[in-house]
Design a protein around this ligand. Structure first.
Ligand SMILES: *Cc1c(COP(=O)(O)O)cnc(C)c1O
Length: 420
């Protein structure tokens, strides 16, 4: 399959875009489309709104079957207007893998693992950044900066390089080395800072005027959510326009959870799915669980987590700008927020690799560990069909050594090998 622009995209300068306006997710105040925006005046994320009547008339489920298996197949649900804004690095539809052996062992309903590690730069950050960088390009942005724990920076770097946009990426000192290196390799001006992610965010914010860059911090620009929304559209399509009973989502900034929730609303508005929603479960690590704490306390906003520490960097986010959007979606869906220990994360990662042949990232393993834990507590029922998100390829993370050595200058002891 060739991931090349379709003929009609080559000849058609303008794509049908159904964006009507942007809206503050907190106050509902509206903002015009087709302009650069950061946060709303209230300091909250902006959401993109569409003319859903027109959108629903412009595309059918049948139309999708004729399109490439990539995120751009949902272009009517996306905000850009020009076909030449699309930047392609192979944004494939990711597989939903049944984990039968784990299902049997845990004693739960069907488990499907959505393996997002197949996306460009090895994580689902590619969905958000592909769309956000496409919009930045369309709106004439020349320079972008971002604080990152790793995967977002890698995706930003790759899409900016492809789109001829200059990128500056700031990583906290404990960012996995492979991430720092891949970001720099893919063309971003990359800095490792002796501080936390929020300190890096401050460097980006404070440098705006001097550097003239656009701040691409999580949820501080409106289009990353739209890219992440494709997870919800794709999941519904793959399940033949049925949603699962439960979605377990490793939650850092929450872009994906918020995006999927928005996708389901838009799909219902155009009549492609019914009112049923999956129960959304925000998965965090015990070493950084601000959303879980707020959920348990019944709060709508989460207090920043002190001394955040976990082996899962993608969910090491002490404070999320979109905390209330995550908590609202979790509560409206009759879901919950849960945390697991690093030990359980590692155990789940090793189990899934050995039994299912899928090397999860630690964040994806946290979702599996949460499933095991919550089937025991009864918050997930054995009749429920569950989708787990594996956010990134496990190959980017350090692994412990499980192999043994053999000495080729000695006689090989096949008995010992067979007893391994
Ligand atoms: C970014 C990231 C997450 C968290 O995703 P959000 O949508 O920002 O909550 C989880 N896992 C990995 C591997 C990530 O890179």
């Amino acid at each position: 399959m060739l991931f090349e622009p379709e003929i009609n995209e080559l000849t058609m300068e303008e794509l049908p875009s159904f964006v009507s306006h942007l809206e503050c997710s907190y106050t509902g105040k509206t903002y015009p489309a087709d302009q650069l925006h950061g946060l709303s005046e209230a300091g909250k994320p902006l959401l993109v709104r569409y003319d859903l009547d027109a959108l629903g008339k412009a595309v059918s489920k049948q139309d999708l079957l004729m399109r490439l298996p990539e995120i751009w197949r949902y272009r009517e649900f996306l905000p850009f207007r020009k076909s030449k804004s699309i930047i392609r690095l192979g944004e494939v539809m990711t597989p939903l893998l049944p984990a039968n052996k784990l299902q049997k062992e845990i004693g739960c309903g069907e488990i499907l693992i959505k393996d997002e590690g197949r996306l460009p730069t090895g994580s689902f950050k590619a969905r958000g950044l592909a769309v956000a960088v496409a919009m930045a390009k369309e709106l004439g942005v020349k320079r972008i900066a971002m604080p990152t724990n790793g995967n977002a920076g890698a995706a930003l770097a790759a899409y900016c390089s492809k789109a001829d946009i200059e990128s500056f990426v700031f990583c906290p000192q404990d960012t996995p080395q492979v991430n720092v290196q891949e970001i720099a390799y893919q063309g971003a001006k990359t800095f490792l800072a002796n501080g936390y992610i929020n300190d890096c965010g401050k460097v980006v914010g404070d440098g705006k005027d001097i550097m003239g860059w656009f701040d691409f911090s999580t949820l501080k620009e409106p289009y990353r959510i739209e890219g992440k929304k494709t997870m919800g559209l794709e999941l519904a399509e793959q399940l033949n326009w049925e949603v699962p009973d439960v979605i377990l989502y490793p939650t850092g900034g929450g872009t994906g959870l918020i995006g999927m929730w928005k996708a389901f609303d838009e799909l219902e508005a155009i009549g492609w799915i019914g009112p049923k929603r999956p129960r959304m479960v925000a998965v965090q690590s015990e070493g950084c669980a601000p959303i879980v704490r707020a959920f348990d306390r019944g709060d709508r906003h989460a207090e920043p987590w002190q001394d955040a520490n976990t082996i899962a960097p993608g969910i090491r986010v002490p404070a999320a700008v979109g905390d209330f959007l995550i908590l609202d979606a979790v509560r409206e869906s009759d879901g919950f927020a849960a945390a697991v220990s690093d030990e359980k994360i590692l155990q789940a990662q090793s189990e899934c690799a050995k039994k299912e042949g899928i090397l999860l990232c630690p964040e994806g393993a946290a979702a599996l560990a949460t499933l095991k834990q919550e089937v025991t507590t009864g918050r997930i029922k054995p009749t429920e069909k569950v989708v787990l998100f594996n956010c990134a390829t496990g190959l980017k993370y350090e692994m412990s050594s499980l192999h043994r050595l053999i000495n080729l200058s000695e006689k090989i002891d096949y008995n010992a090998i067979s007893r391994f």
